[in-house]
Design a protein around this ligand. Structure first.
Ligand SMILES: [Zn+2]
Ligand SMILES: [Zn+2]
Length: 375
C-alpha cells in the first residue's frame, strides 16, 4: 500500500513523503503454517491445505505422497479425499504393486516442485510455493543406482530425523561393501551360503545390485516382484532366480554356497531357522540401526552392517545447513532430540510428533531410553 504525507514549507514549497507500507494483512493470509492434525503433517495457508504423506483420511486441496513405503501410505482400497494427489510415477507404480491405490496422480502442478529425495526409487521431496520444503525420507549419499537428494534453499524446512542423534554416523558405502564381500568370501570358502537381509523395498534392490558379482544369487519371492518393477522402471537390476522356485526344483544343495537376498526378519523366524538347519546359512543384516552393537543380537543375526537409505546424523546437519532455513520442523525417529540439537545450534526448530499431536520448541536433554523402541 502506498500513501503520501504533505508538508507546507516556507516559500510556498510542499514536501511530499511517499510511504510504502508492507501489506501485513495479505502476508498473514499467505503465511504457511505447519502442524499435526489428526496425526497428519499438514501445510496450510488461507488458500491451500496440503497433507504430507497422510496416515488418516482428511479433506484437503492436495495430498503429497513422497514414496511407496507403507508408513507413508494410508489405505489399500480408499482413494485420498482430495482433488489433486502429487507423487512420482515410480511411487504410483510401486504402490500399486503393493496393493495401494494413489488414484489419479499428477507429477507437477503450479506452485509445487517435486525434487529427488534419494531414499528409494521414485522418492521425492515437495517444494511448496518456493517457501516450504518437505523432505519425506531423505538420503544425500550416492548408493549404486541411487542418486543423492536435491536440496533447495528454503524458508521453512520439514525434515525427517530418523537418525537424528550424534552416534548414528554410517561408514562409506564402499567400506561397507568391502567388509561384507570379505565376509561372504570367507563363508564361500567354508561352503556356507549367505543370506543378505534388508527391507524389501529399497534396500533389497540395492543389495541385489551391490553384490551382483556373487553367483548363484537367489531372491525371496516378494523381493523378486519388486525387483521386476524396478526393472520395468528402467533400473538395470541383476536377474536373480526365485529362491522358492530353485528350492522346489531341487537346485539348492547343502555344502554348495549361494547368496540369497531376503527381507529383514528376525533370525529366529521359521524361514531363517530352516535355512540354518538345512544349509548352515549365515545371516547378514543391513540397517542404519546396526550402528548399535546390540542390534544384531536383538534381531538374532550373525552379522549386521550399518547401511541405510536415510541420512545419518552428519548428513542431516549438512542438509539443514544447505537449505539455510529460518524455521525447521523435524519428524520421524529422534524428532525431539534432533530439534533440540538444532535449537542449540541457533536454529528455530520444532519436533512434529505424531503421538503427542502437538508441536513445541524443545530443549530437554536427550533421553537414552528412547533408543530401544526403534530397534
Ligand atoms: Zn521410507
Ligand atoms: Zn519413513
Amino acid at each position: 500500500m502506498i500513501s503520501y504525507l504533505f508538508f507546507h514549507l516556507p516559500n510556498n514549497r510542499i514536501l511530499y513523503i511517499k510511504i510504502i507500507s508492507r501489506p501485513y494483512v495479505v502476508d498473514s493470509l499467505l503465511q504457511w503454517t505447519i502442524d499435526l492434525l489428526d496425526t497428519n503433517i499438514v501445510a496450510q495457508n488461507s488458500h491451500k491445505k496440503i497433507l504430507l504423506d497422510p496416515h488418516r483420511k482428511q479433506q484437503s486441496d492436495f495430498v503429497f505422497v513422497s514414496h511407496a513405503h507403507t508408513d507413508h501410505l494410508y489405505s489399500k482400497k480408499d482413494g485420498y479425499l482430495t482433488s489433486v494427489t502429487l507423487a512420482s510415477k515410480e511411487t504410483s507404480r510401486i504402490a500399486r504393486e503393493r496393493g495401494y491405490s494413489l488414484g489419479d496422480i499428477v507429477h507437477e502442478h503450479p506452485g509445487f516442485e517435486l525434487l529427488n529425495s534419494g531414499h528409494i526409487l521414485g522418492s521425492k521431496g515437495l517444494v511448496i510455493d518456493d517457501e516450504v520444503y518437505y523432505t519425506g525420507d531423505l538420503s544425500t549419499r550416492s548408493r549404486s543406482f541411487m542418486q543423492p537428494a536435491v536440496l533447495p534453499q528454503i524458508e521453512t524446512l520439514i525434515i525427517e530425523s530418523t537418525f537424528g542423534r550424534p552416534e548414528y554416523v554410517f561408514p562409506a558405502i564402499a567400506e561397507l561393501v568391502h567388509s561384507a564381500n570379505k565376509l561372504i568370501s570367507d563363508c564361500y570358502n567354508r561352503g556356507s551360503p549367505v543370506v543378505l537381509m534388508g527391507y524389501q523395498l529399497g534396500k533389497a534392490q540395492l543389495l541385489t545390485e551391490l553384490f551382483r558379482h556373487w553367483e548363484p544369487m537367489y531372491v525371496y519371492d516378494s523381493i523378486d516382484r519388486i525387483n521386476c518393477v524396478y526393472r520395468d522402471l528402467g533400473v538395470d537390476l541383476k536377474q536373480a532366480s526365485s529362491f522358492q522356485e530353485a528350492e522346489c526344483a531341487g537346485k539348492i544343495k547343502k555344502g554348495i554356497p549361494w547368496i540369497l537376498i531376503s527381507p529383514l526378519t528376525h533370525g529366529r523366524s521359521k524361514f531363517i531357522r530352516n535355512l540354518k538347519i538345512k544349509y548352515d546359512a549365515i545371516t547378514i543384516g543391513f540397517s542404519g540401526w546396526a550402528v548399535n552393537s546390540r542390534y544384531k543380537y536383538m534381531m538374532g543375526l550373525d552379522y549386521a552392517f550399518p547401511m541405510s537409505d536415510h541420512c545419518d546424523f552428519t548428513e542431516l546437519l549438512a542438509a539443514v545447513n544447505k537449505c539455510k532455513p529460518k524455521k525447521i520442523y523435524t519428524f520421524h525417529g529422534f524428532a525431539r532430540e534432533f530439534a533440540t540439537i538444532l535449537v542449540n545450534r541457533g536454529f528455530e526448530a520444532y519436533p512434529l510428533e505424531r503421538n503427542t499431536n502437538t508441536k513445541k520448541a524443545y530443549s530437554n536433554p536427550i533421553e537414552n531410553s528412547r533408543l530401544d523402541s526403534y530397534l
